[in-house]
Design a protein around this ligand. Structure first.
Ligand code: BTN
Length: 257
């Protein structure tokens, strides 16, 4: 990624809050951990930490996140007004990543509950939302210019990048800027009580609604039809038994996302 500057992000992409302060590190263990530390030290809302390479990138559920050069690896500090539906904010991060991927490449990127952005079933971006005292730290991992050989063996076939799908290099800073612009718009709406518009957009770009899926939660797998996403970011399944079941978290499997 190009070296970032506050003016680079805020002026070029028209964000008003996100990118208030920008820290760019060539190599870091995890931007999420740096942003969390900054949040604990009272960093203002909009503080952004981005890196060229992460050596210990973290994903949801304690998984690692492979982050060689060629991706957007960035975490932002938010200071919501009060109670905010964290899972909806995370989904709006996936919406923002999907829109940025679409804009950069024309690829049909969609949202996969609870935090993924996928292209034809392969994961191209993941969002990590973590509360940290009063702050919320949201991390974006977007595979932009990773080459097929950059993905470790275990991920092959399941992960994608804009480059692996199009054969064309994209500007990582532009992808980050567009992601932040859309995400800021969603976040400000959610924070000001206007979540329904954001939820509508998430549902429109969701790959799983109306599809047979299964959600693994606390070691059990629940199968059914994904029928709705609610304002708190949870998903509703109509189980094969006919019962409706709501999941706030879980791992979702879908045969054809
Ligand atoms: C997931 O899909 O499990 C979420 C992946 C989130 C990865 C990003 S990359 C920037 C930030 N720093 C991290 O260590 N993780 C997040």
């Amino acid at each position: 990624m190009n070296r970032l500057s506050a003016s680079g992000v805020k002026d070029a992409f028209g964000t008003t809050v996100l990118g208030e302060r920008v820290y760019y590190l060539e190599t870091v263990a995890s931007t999420q951990d740096v942003a969390r530390r900054m949040a604990e030290e009272n960093a203002p809302e909009g503080t952004l930490v981005a890196a060229g390479v992460q050596e210990k990138g973290r994903g949801r559920g304690g998984r690692s996140w492979h982050s060689p050069r060629g991706g957007v690896w960035a975490s932002v500090v938010l200071r919501p007004r009060g109670d905010i539906p964290v899972n909806l904010v995370v989904l709006s991060g996936a919406l923002a990543a999907a829109k940025a991927v679409r804009k950069a490449s024309g690829l049909p990127a969609v949202i996969k509950w609870p935090n993924d952005c996928v292209v034809e079933g392969r994961k191209i971006a993941g969002i990590l939302g973590e509360t940290c005292g009063d702050a919320l730290v949201v991390g974006f991992g977007i595979n932009v210019n990773l080459k097929p050989g950059d993905f470790p063996g275990g991920l092959s076939g399941r992960a994608a990048s804009i480059f692996s799908e199009t054969g064309v290099e994209s500007d990582e800073t532009l992808v980050l800027g567009e992601t932040l612009r859309v995400f800021e718009d969603c976040y400000l709406k959610i924070n000001r009580g206007g979540a329904s518009e954001v939820l509508w957009e998430i549902k429109c770009l969701s790959s799983v609604l109306g599809k047979p899926v299964s959600v693994e939660w606390r070691g059990r797998e629940h199968s059914g039809m994904a029928v709705d996403i609610e304002a708190d970011g949870s998903i509703i399944l109509r189980l094969d038994s006919g019962l409706l079941m709501k999941f706030q978290q879980g791992n979702l499997k879908c045969s054809l996302p």
